[in-house]
Write a protein that binds this ligand. Structure first.
Ligand code: UD1
Length: 430
């Protein structure tokens, strides 16, 4: 039987006026983890730069070590060096795999490289069903045999050939896995209705730099002509647009004035459009943003695959809209349970009505500090944001979720003037 999870730290948050100053961000979580998985494909060493100091990175390193990779992490320098050993093997260790959703990204590279993979079915945020049927159907179209057993899946491809693969939904993970498998397959694979997220573009561009032949990067039709081998490369992880959006919303929420550095503004078109529509002033630099706001107005937002509004910013957006004047309507189209955070907002005094995958937010509401469950990485961050404008003290529990996706979250907020502290769970439970 599993032992109960150890209690993890708590954030204590108190309102302290507008956030002001400059924050420099990290490479993207959702890129770095996939770039690390792509090291399974390389003949030689992959050096990654701008690897964020987040908890998921060492877990992914453990998954890869379990598969026979040498992984050397230097968190201070934000560098990872990865090299397959002679003993690369196809069976990933169960404990690390089940702790991290991104370990499913090893499936495509293992099938591409070894023509064989066995993985425990992955863990990660609890935000809906998160099936992998599209990944598996794509691999089957390329000639693989799929054996799904309770808690694990085994994929064997005695031959792995190109195929035309239409995706029912532009799944990020499926697109990435299929591109990585196709990179070393025989012949041409065409993925239709592919996901277009900037992190996928980052992965594809890195694979091209290694010698892969990929067309249509950033478009809904990606074609991959398999090659025999991929070579060593040094690659810089793209900036984290979700982290940037979180700080941008925090700035607007508190009526602050914040400069965010190491950002790719073009990857944030829809969130910035909505911020402006809500009344914020957003200035875009080449790799920076400045966000200022006073009064906020209601806006309607629909989450969609990129370039639509990202589901990973929806909880933070909901917090912002509790402070906007009027009624906002938010529609969640990507993850069925992503509104579970609304219960926490209601307990803080927000006026939100849910109807299926729509939410109506009436604002502005006075929020009151309370103790929030850190439901997932984004809800934990959103709860912290809510605390920045709530009366009294807000406690965000289970912040190991936040650690999975946000590097130096508390010090970065503190540097902007936020009254946020990290407390050990034991101190909190008293
Ligand atoms: C990735 C991101 C996550 C982000 C999400 C959507 C990582 C590590 N995580 O997750 O932060 O919220 O993209 O932008 O990069 N689906 C299926 N079958 C499949 C695949 C997906 O039904 O085979 C469904 C999922 O249950 C979900 C939706 O499709 O409802 C989106 O999933 P997907 O785009 O694959 O997201 P992830 O890659 O899991």
């Amino acid at each position: 039987m599993d032992s109960p999870p150890a209690p993890t730290d708590v954030f204590r948050v108190r309102a302290n006026g507008p956030l002001r100053g400059t924050v420099r961000l990290s490479g993207a979580k959702n890129s770095a983890l996939k770039l690390m998985a792509a090291a399974l494909l390389v003949d030689g060493e992959l050096t990654l730069e701008a690897v964020p100091r987040i908890a998921d990175v060492p877990v992914m390193a453990d998954v890869l070590r379990g598969l026979g990779m040498d992984v050397d992490l230097d968190p201070e320098a934000e560098v990872a060096r990865l090299r397959p050993t002679e003993a690369l093997h196809w069976h990933a260790p169960q404990d690390a795999v089940t702790r991290i959703r991104a370990s499913i990204s090893c499936l495509g590279p293992l099938v591409g490289r070894l023509r064989h993979a066995r993985l425990a079915l992955p863990g990660g945020d609890k935000i809906g069903a998160r099936g992998i049927d599209l990944h598996l159907r794509g691999l089957a179209a390329m000639g693989a045999t799929i054996d799904e057993r309770p808690g694990e899946v085994e994929v064997i491809a005695s031959e792995l050939h190109g195929a035309i693969i239409p995706l029912d939904f532009p799944s990020v993970g499926a697109t990435e896995n299929l591109v990585m498998a196709a990179a070393l397959a025989d012949g041409e694979t065409v993925i239709d209705n592919a996901a277009r997220e900037p992190e996928i573009q980052d992965l594809c561009r890195m694979l091209v730099a290694m010698g892969a032949r990929i067309d249509g990067i950033g478009s809904p039709t990606i074609s991959v002509e398999g090659v025999d081998r991929l070579a060593s490369v040094t690659w810089t992880t793209c900036p984290d647009r979700i982290e940037a959006g979180t700080y941008a919303f925090a700035a607007a929420l508190t009526g602050g004035d914040v400069v965010i550095e190491r950002v790719q503004p073009s990857a944030l078109t829809m969130p910035l459009l909505k911020l402006r529509a809500a009344g914020a002033i957003v200035e875009e630099g080449a790799d920076s943003l400045r966000v200022k706001a006073a009064d906020l107005d209601a806006v309607d937002v629909v989450t969609l695959p990129y370039p639509g509004f990202p589901t990973d910013l929806q909880p933070q957006l909901m917090v912002l809209l509790t402070q906007a004047i009027g009624t906002s309507r938010v529609t969640e189209n990507v993850f069925e349970s992503r509104f579970s955070f609304v219960d926490e907002l209601l307990r803080m005094g927000a006026d939100v009505h849910l109807d299926g995958h729509h939410a109506l937010i009436h604002g502005p509401s006075r929020l009151h500090g309370t103790t929030l469950a850190g439901l997932d990485v984004r809800a934990g961050a959103a709860g912290t944001l809510a605390g920045l404008v709530a009366d009294g003290e807000t406690y965000v529990r289970d912040v190991h979720h936040v650690d999975r996706g946000y590097a130096d979250f508390v010090p970065r907020l503190q540097a902007l003037g936020a009254d946020v502290e990290r407390l050990p769970a034991a101190a909190f439970d008293g």
